[in-house]
Design a protein around this ligand. Structure first.
Ligand SMILES: NC(=O)C1=CN([C@@H]2O[C@H](COP(=O)(O)OP(=O)(O)OC[C@H]3O[C@@H](n4cnc5c(N)ncnc54)[C@H](OP(=O)(O)O)[C@@H]3O)[C@@H](O)[C@H]2O)C=CC1
Ligand SMILES: O=C(O)CCC(=O)C(=O)O
Length: 431
């Protein structure tokens, strides 16, 4: 039987514990999610039939602050996946020193098959189901795969209806008109760009002599591809769920983004300026993209993309994980043995939750920041944490993943110990 995603995810905790000292009590607590909720969501479909969807929310840990994390709409969503994503959020928020714990949610469905009205009923139904489990001081939602600011707006509105007061801070990634933050829509890709652009020079890589392949061309992948291309990197391949395109002398990312917004796929479409042509021989599969001979590989789609089965075929020198959990722990070992450096998800994709934190702060203070203020603060946080992870890894000669986890674990351990064991309550019950 194959390992569950959570078993694989939590092996990262076990490995990194060697490099940090925290109490046994804190270690025990970090091994388990604090609370999980599973809900059935009845939705009246446009054709009059009733469909029941399965939704989840997991709050993994809230020691350092309210739970925080996105909501995913995807056919593969399961409690195991949501729990793993909530686990990663916990370490990501601690690594970036955000005053949040980790949480995540999801609904099992293919949202591409639903009409806009059906999606709205589903999103509002999800909030009906989890309303008692979330809140601006309890657990705060955000976008993830196949959710967006429109859906976040519906969710915030539904929560406000239930609470009978406007509660913008329960959801981040909302439309600007509903209290969203400037820069949240591009934050994940922008944060990843800062990590890549600040760490590659340490490896003597300059944009013009660095080739890049990006798997996944959504909110995270398209933005990082665009920023890298604008900074002079050679982005030679991109893909979406249907497949990808490759061009040795580099792709025109801005025009591919434009094309993707109008049409659904990017397969075999090559755009230069405003002209797009279908060029069949440049089409590649996602498997082929992962095995391209490039300097930098950026998985920016789903988890479990680089596994024990294909890690041997990876030829990139550096992997920057924009997706959550794209590399399995077995693949990590193989990549390590091949000398491939993996820059971990909890660092590389933390720009999204960082600007979500800024949005939450703005919602609570009522004072809204300009885009350049947001972008400056984001850059400062991302570069600072990236440098710390890099130096820690260099100093102790350990992987960047272990270095990132060790720093996050140290912060979590300190917070858990500061709260004490809470044995007082248990003793009182027993008395
Ligand atoms: N949004 C955010 O703020 C954050 C996202 N992340 C992570 O980044 C990753 C991407 O999320 P995000 O960009 O928001 O999601 P989006 O829904 O915006 O985009 C997902 C992209 O991945 C593509 N895709 C889906 N399945 C596959 C596949 N099997 N192979 C290749 N490409 C595929 C989609 O293709 P198509 O367009 O054809 O459907 C789409 O281009 C996820 O792991 C997410 O958890 C991490 C931090 C924050
Ligand atoms: O913005 C957020 O709160 C969380 C984004 C997210 O889901 C993630 O970082 O994986």
């Amino acid at each position: 039987m194959s390992k569950s995603l959570f078993t694989d995810a939590s092996s990262r905790l076990e490995r990194a514990l060697k490099y940090v000292s925290i109490s046994d009590d804190a270690i025990e607590r970090l091994k388990y999610p604090k609370a999980s909720l599973s809900v059935s969501i009845p939705v009246r479909m446009d054709n009059g039939t009733l469909r029941i969807f399965q939704g989840y929310r997991v709050r993994y840990d809230d020691t350092r602050g309210p739970g925080k994390g996105g909501v995913r709409y995807h056919p593969n969503v399961s409690i195991d996946e949501v729990q793993s994503l909530a686990f990663w959020m916990t370490f990501k928020c601690a690594l970036l020193d955000l005053p949040f714990g980790g949480a995540k949610g999801g609904i099992t469905l293919n949202p591409k098959e639903l009409s806009k009205a059906e999606l709205e009923r589903l999103s509002r139904g999800y909030i009906e189901g989890i309303a008692d489990f979330i809140g601006p001081d309890i657990d705060i939602l955000a976008p993830d795969v196949y959710t967006n600011e429109m859906i976040m707006g519906w969710m915030m509105d539904q929560y406000s209806i239930i609470q009978r007061k406007i509660s913008p801070a329960v959801v981040t990634g909302k439309p600007l008109t509903m209290g969203g933050s400037r820069g949240r829509d591009t934050a994940t890709g922008t944060g990843a760009f800062h990590v890549i652009n600040s760490l590659l020079p340490k490896l003597d890589k300059k944009p013009a002599n660095t080739t890049v392949a990006v798997q996944g061309f959504g909110n995270a992948g398209a933005v990082v591809a665009d920023l890298l291309a604008k900074a002079g990197y050679q982005v030679v391949a991109v893909s979406d769920s249907q497949g990808g395109i490759y061009r040795e002398k580099g792709l025109d990312i801005a025009s591919i983004r434009e094309y993707k917004q109008e049409h659904r796929g990017i397969t075999a479409i090559y755009c230069e300026g405003t002209v797009c042509n279908i060029v069949e021989h440049e089409a590649i599969s996602n498997e082929e993209l992962l095995a391209l001979d490039v300097d930098v590989l950026i998985p920016a789609a789903l988890e479990n993309q680089i596994t024990a089965e294909n890690a041997d075929r990876v030829r990139a020198k550096y992997i920057f994980e924009v997706a959550n959990g794209p590399t399995t722990s077995e693949a990590d070992r193989i990549l390590d043995s091949k000398g491939i450096l993996v820059f971990p998800d909890i660092l590389v994709n933390a720009g999204g939750v960082t600007v979500s934190y800024f949005e939450w702060v703005q919602n609570r203070s009522g004072l809204y920041w300009r885009l350049n203020e947001i972008n400056e603060r984001l850059k400062e946080r991302m570069v600072t944490e990236a440098e710390k992870v890099w130096s820690f890894a260099q100093e102790f000669d350990i992987s960047l993943r272990n270095a990132a986890y060790a720093q996050a674990i140290a912060r979590l351990g300190e917070a858990l110990d500061a709260k004490g064991t809470r044995d007082y309550y248990q003793n009182k019950t027993r008395a």
